[in-house]
Design a protein. Structure first.
Lengths: 653, 103, 184
């Protein structure tokens, strides 16, 4: 297999290296001096990376993967004593290419390139342009490194790098207190769940002694994990899968750890776009998809995944209906769609179909969500606020954006023909096929709600009367320049066509070696055709409902009963209170006291001791000969005593 | 008269001289203390040369050298005292602190 | 007879030494020092160190102490003025000396010392032998030290003269004092 790779094994390295080089060059040389050049370099680098990954992926994706290929790898760390095989533990770094990582590589690099391109215009007047185009390639590099990782430790390293980059980028406008808060929140919550990821990693390391992915998801390892005794009534495999799941929980913003994601819109819109579509949040889903063989052998982990996914999807969809902030609605939409993906992975125990559907949904959702955020960026950039209550009628001034936005909305709503339709149907069908009937129905209902709030968003933004606030702005402020619109148009085309083009491939060619004997899905009754029609009908109903409510005159008051949903079930407040309690009320004072009374006290007391002695010693150095004579005499007496003592001891007398 | 009693006298003289040097404030009184200490050491040298199997002549000769050194030291010290008196009219040791570090 | 003489001399040396460090008036202290040195010279005579005793009287008493007395008369030093912390200074000095003496008393093997025999006959400690030893160049001679000592004495002489000499500014002030009718 490696021989047939030929040039691409060399080239695959450059997929990662190009963004990294851009980061290094921009960080050291170009970022401060010529931000414009830095922006160009970063965009070119990601373009190269995208081109390379597509060129490498297309021939490889014709192959049915049963096992990943490793074009290159090197030993990174060796832990333990050499020449003793029991204690030796190697950590390598490399690339592991299979269907999943190839799809993700293409997706990440391509979307990243488009976002870079878009940012050329979006960020051009920003003072931090150089910094932005230093961090964005790093972000891309981190995510690429993660999806292509050949070792779980490598995944973890890049996973954390993704987290750190998102911290920097969410807090990009660090002069805004809200941005700082949001970045800290994102970092805290994802780091909290990362602890569990690390625990799972260590458990796997102890258990298998080899963290290469090829080894971890091989049948032997899973057998070994299944056979080793668990604790607290749960097998080790389940523990590992659950810990990894909790790691993904925070990163992929599942309920109730989703609270960082809606706040993450404090970053620049291109960052939100990238973060919501292909990089940060997808990392969690990717991790679970990568370890589906583990997951599908653990009933508990699967049930938890499915439940968490479905709860998140439903909850976020409901909350999104009652938000007024354009980016916030999109953020909740992302949360909801991530819930879908995890839900599909949770169903994967019963068959390959659900796994395929999940990755397919990552694929289609990424285009749509990326585009929706870019459109939102255009809107926000032209009117300089993002409150839906003050918007309206923008479709006239931003026609192209309006059309693209509607394409995204319809795609995510699951209207037939758009790419979202294919993946959503695949998920619902997979769930039904796996005999999760009511869950499938719930998913369909959530789809209806999704279409409602997305349509509401589009209607309130682009249609209806023009708000008097924005009519004050000059028409020249509204601009749909070439650089703005090129990525949007490309993404719109992909949102329209990608699902239709690739759903066959995802069903037939996108394979992973699953080890459940039942996994080939042949024994399952196919989902009734009615399900598809019902799903379409529900989505249509949601759209129509939105049309009915929001076409007419605006009402900006929401019903009282929706207050908990407007505030996201007060989870933010809860998290805030807990944060306050734990860090400000408890840990803060504790550490302060520790710092003051132990560390500072130790340092100061050293000082004080010398000060004390110095105050008395100083009096002896007053320049009087007799004082010095005293000291000499006393010193002589003591020396004499010591000498006398030692001489008598050693018998030299 | 034996070696022990001579050494005892020498030690006591030295102690008295040391006390004089440490305790007295007048610079000339302190010099008198030094004289006493040197005198004690001369007694010590002679005593050791007179008892036991030692070179009998070396002790007195060494003592002669000490006397010479003492007189040299005294000459310089008293010259300093005169010079000091001429400068400040103050011969109290406690006021001679010009050589101390700046505080 | 020798013992009695020795004890008398030792007692007078110690007593006058005590006086020398305790008398307030510096001139009296210098005279007490003279007495103490005389007593020491007597002890040297008892020990058959005649040359040393002679040198002691000549150089010490005739030279140094007289010099001290001259300086005292020249500078008219005030007597010991007992200021606020004199007790501290005397106490500290006393303690130090006490510690020193105790140390000596406990560390010196007195018994072994008292067994030593007096080894000097009339010839060996005599003036002749000491003179020969001082001026011979053989291994047992001290000619080099003797010569160095003379150089040292010369240097001390020149140094003392140059230090005690009135500087130009002093001469100026003396002249101005004289012109105002003041005497030295």
């Amino acid at each position: 297999m490696n021989d047939s790779l030929g040039w691409s094994s060399q080239a695959s390295l450059w997929i990662l290296l190009l963004p990294f080089c851009a980061f290094v060059v921009n960080g050291i040389f170009l970022g401060h001096r010529s931000p414009k050049l830095a922006a160009g370099l970063a965009t070119l680098a990601t373009a190269g990376s995208a081109l390379l990954s597509i060129c490498i992926a297309i021939p490889l994706l014709q192959v049915k993967f049963l096992q990943g290929i490793i074009p290159w790898s090197f030993e990174w760390l060796q832990i333990g004593i050499e020449n003793s095989p029991q204690a030796e533990f190697q950590i390598s770094m490399g690339m592991y290419l299979d269907g999943l990582s190839l799809v993700m590589l293409c997706l990440v690099s391509f979307l990243s390139f488009l976002v870079h391109f878009y940012s050329l215009a979006y960020m051009q007047e920003d003072k931090g342009l150089g910094r932005f185009f230093t961090l964005l390639p790093l972000f891309t590099f981190a995510m690429l490194g993660m999806v292509a990782a050949s070792n779980l430790v490598q995944i973890f390293v890049f996973w954390e790098l993704v987290g750190a980059c998102s911290y920097f980028l969410i807090g990009f406008w660090f002069h805004k207190p809200s941005a700082i808060r949001a970045s800290k929140k994102a970092f805290w919550i994802t780091s909290f769940s990362d602890v569990f990821f690390l625990a799972g990693l260590l458990l796997l390391a102890v258990e298998t002694r080899d963290l290469n992915i090829a080894h971890l998801i091989s049948a032997e390892t899973i057998q070994q994990l299944l056979q080793s005794p668990g604790f607290w009534g749960i097998s080790r495999l389940s523990w590992a899968a659950m810990l990894l799941l909790i790691g993904a929980w925070g990163k992929s913003a599942l309920f109730p750890l989703h609270i960082w994601l809606p706040d993450a819109m404090e970053g620049p819109t291109p960052v939100s776009s990238l973060l919501h579509s292909a990089t940060m949040v997808v990392a969690g889903v990717f991790l679970m998809a990568r370890f589906t063989p583990l997951l599908q052998n653990s009933q508990i982990a699967m049930t938890v995944t499915m439940t968490a996914g479905l709860t998140t999807a439903a909850f976020a969809a409901l909350v999104a209906c009652f938000q007024w902030d354009i980016k916030r609605i999109l953020a909740f939409s992302t949360v909801s769609q991530l819930g879908y993906m995890l839900f599909a992975l949770g169903c994967s125990g019963a068959g390959l179909l659900a796994y395929q559907a999940s990755v397919f949904h990552i694929f289609t959702h990424a285009f749509a969500k990326c585009m929706l955020f870019l459109c939102a960026g255009v809107v926000i950039h032209s009117i300089h606020f993002n409150d839906l209550r003050k918007m309206g009628g923008l479709g006239k001034t931003l026609p192209l954006t309006c059309i693209a936005f509607w394409i995204g909305v319809l795609s995510l709503s699951g209207v037939p023909g758009f790419s979202g339709f294919f993946s959503k149907e695949a998920i619902v069908q997979a769930a039904w096929n796996s005999s999760y009937h009511w869950q499938a129905v719930t998913a369909v209902m959530v789809g209806g709600i999704s279409s409602f709030y997305l349509a509401r968003l589009a209607l309130l933004t682009f249609h209806g009367p023009t708000d008097q606030n924005q009519s004050k702005l000059s028409p020249s402020k509204y601009k749909e320049s070439f650089v703005w619109m090129t990525p949007i148009v490309i993404l719109a085309a992909l949102t329209l066509g990608a699902g239709w083009l690739s759903h066959q491939w995802f069903e037939k060619q996108f394979y992973i070696k699953l080890f459940d004997s039942l996994s080939l899905g042949e024994n399952h009754a196919a989902a009734p055709a009615a399900l598809v029609y019902v799903a379409i009908a529900v989505a249509g109903l949601g759209l129509l409902l939105a049309l009915a409510i929001f076409r007419g005159p605006r009402r900006h008051k929401l019903p009282t009963w929706s207050h908990p949903l407007q505030n996201g079930l007060y989870l933010d407040t809860l998290a805030e209170t807990m944060y306050q309690l734990v860090f400000h009320k408890f840990l803060g004072p504790l550490f302060y006291a520790f710092d003051k009374w132990i560390i500072d006290a130790a340092v100061n007391s050293c000082n004080q001791i010398f000060h004390f002695f110095a105050r008395y010693m100083r009096q002896w150095h007053n320049g009087q000969v007799q004082r010095y004579a005293f000291v000499s005499a006393i010193g002589f007496v003591f020396l004499f005593i010591i000498a006398h003592f030692f001489l008598t001891q050693s018998g030299m007398r | 008269m034996n070696l022990a009693s001579l050494l005892l006298v020498s030690a006591l003289l030295f102690g008295i001289g040391l006390f004089g040097f440490l305790a007295r404030r007048n610079i000339i009184a302190a010099l008198i203390g030094i004289e006493l200490m040197l005198n004690a050491s001369i007694i010590n040298l002679v005593a050791f040369s007179r008892f036991g199997h030692t070179d009998a002549a070396a002790g007195p000769v060494f003592a002669l050298f000490i006397i010479a050194i003492t007189s040299a030291e005294m000459a310089v010290a008293l010259a300093l005292v005169v010079s000091l008196h001429r400068k400040s009219h103050d011969l109290r040791l406690e006021n001679l602190t010009k050589l101390r570090d700046v505080q | 007879m020798r013992d009695i003489l020795f004890y008398l001399l030792a007692f007078s040396a110690l007593a006058s030494a005590l006086l020398a460090v305790s008398l307030k008036e510096v001139l009296h202290a210098a005279l007490a020092l003279m007495a103490s040195l005389f007593a020491s010279a007597g002890i040297f005579l008892l020990l058959h160190a005649e040359l040393l005793a002679l040198a002691h009287v000549l150089v010490y008493i005739g030279g140094v102490v007289v010099f001290i007395v001259y300086v005292i008369l020249l500078t008219k030093p005030e007597g010991e003025t007992r200021k606020k912390n004199w007790q501290l200074q005397y106490g500290l000095a006393g303690l130090t000396v006490l510690g020193f003496l105790l140390l000596l008393f406990f560390s010196v093997p007195w018994k072994n010392l008292s067994n030593q025999k007096f080894n000097v006959n009339d010839e060996s400690g005599s003036l002749t032998e000491a003179g020969l030893r001082l001026l011979t160049t053989s291994d047992s001679g001290f000619i080099l030290a003797f010569e160095l000592m003379s150089v040292l004495l010369l240097m001390a002489l020149i140094g003392a003269a140059s230090i005690a000499k009135k500087s130009d500014s002093d001469l100026d002030s003396v002249q101005s004092d004289l012109s105002k009718g003041k005497s030295l």
